[in-house]
Ligand binder design. Sequence first.
Ligand SMILES: Nc1ncnc2c1ncn2[C@@H]1O[C@H](COP(=O)(O)OP(=O)(O)O)[C@@H](O)[C@H]1O
Ligand SMILES: [Mg+2]
Length: 449
Amino acid sequence: MDFSRIRQALISLPNGASEPIVSSIFITELLKIIGFDVTETIPGFSTGNGGNAVDYAVRKNYDSDIFVQTKLNPYLLVEVKGRNINLHPKAAQYKSTVNQLKHYLLAPNCKTTQWGLIANGDYIQLFRKHNKVIYPATPCTEITTDNLDKVISLIKQKIDNPPKALTVAVYNNKGGVGKTTTTLNLAAMLTMLGKRTLIIDFDPNQQDLTNSLGQKPKEDSLYSWLVNDKNQQIPKGLINSFKVSPKSGSVWQFDIIASDAKLQNLPEENLRQLINYARLRQALESLKWQYDYILIDSPPNWRFYSQSAIYAADVVLIPTKHNSIYSLENAATVIERFIPEIQNVRRDGGPIPLPIFYNGESITAPAKLTAEEAIDKIIERAKSNKPNPIDLTPYFFPKTTSTRKDLHIFGIPSYAHIAGAAFSNIPAVYKNKIACEHYLGLVREYFLQ
Ligand SMILES: Nc1ncnc2c1ncn2[C@@H]1O[C@H](COP(=O)(O)OP(=O)(O)O)[C@@H](O)[C@H]1O
Ligand SMILES: [Mg+2]
């Protein structure tokens, strides 16, 4: 790649350059160097959300499908700001710009879009869109002539070869909130919807996920895969399939990495000497082009296995109980402390929490009110948390906006068939229509547009 033109563009960009100047001097060069020519670039692309147009949409041409002519299926959207807009990640203008980009990415004309970019000549950040889920693919990075080549190469490398899978850790450091049940039924539902799905039992001390499918913990497959970090081969027998043939004659099949007896009851110290908690992420890398979803079940603590699961994840799904102050507090701790702890090590902007959901309880109106009051207190406390105040509202009440309060939280009620299915070794969604509807609701709420 020849960086001389873009470097020159950055040098000649005036301090305080307005948006049109940033666009014409810097962004046009940026789009060229990451691989899109003028017939592949539409300025002011109409996203289909009211009258809103994103600054640029780009996509490679296929044969006779010239993007500027067909204007269909943009691949990457770019929201440009002037240098007078502060895109430092702590700035209010950064947050509103990210929200604006998310809004465009979820708009009707952008269903196939895979990436979003914000840039103003001072900062740049790439986001990945995996169907409904949008998460950072790079940190928000201050660009200088020193790091420009590196930052742009990274962005280009990512958008040229996107992994297929979204990796989801299902986690709350409270036990019994439905982590395992969610992992299992979410996988079953995604499979019914035609998504290639892999689940990983990363709670080897309980092995509930493995047991709930009637499988036996392995001897030495997951263990040796993790311990031999130089060996990129997938050991034989590591991945098993779970198959169900519904009456219609079709087959539903998802894959599982069962827990490993050798990992059971290993003291934490030995474990950490044997395996780095970044290893799971590295090991999963090659599988990300084979699956649409990789779901990781994790134990109810903040030790090696949970840290590995969160480190490996793009996003974290947090099952919670409305009637347990501990599970609400723990959900807040996951968002305020544990996830940022891992973000600080990973330094790529991830993983990010998805909003909490209530699992496994039927909620009466007074109980709902009590939960809302408890959440309000948690949110207030987090706002004044020093040194890192955080607004938890989007994670507890994701439908609340700056202009409208909406206290709706997605929930899966307590349902006997969901609990009972664990005894028959078949996910509840494959046995029961109502269970199926509940998990379809979960998939629509969080993952699929
Ligand atoms: N929506 C639900 N309705 C009824 N029972 C549920 C539901 N979700 C989970 N359970 C039951 O609650 C118990 C704890 O769930 P589990 O998924 O094992 O939690 P965790 O993995 O967080 O410890 C299990 O017996 C499970 O069958
Ligand atoms: Mg569990």
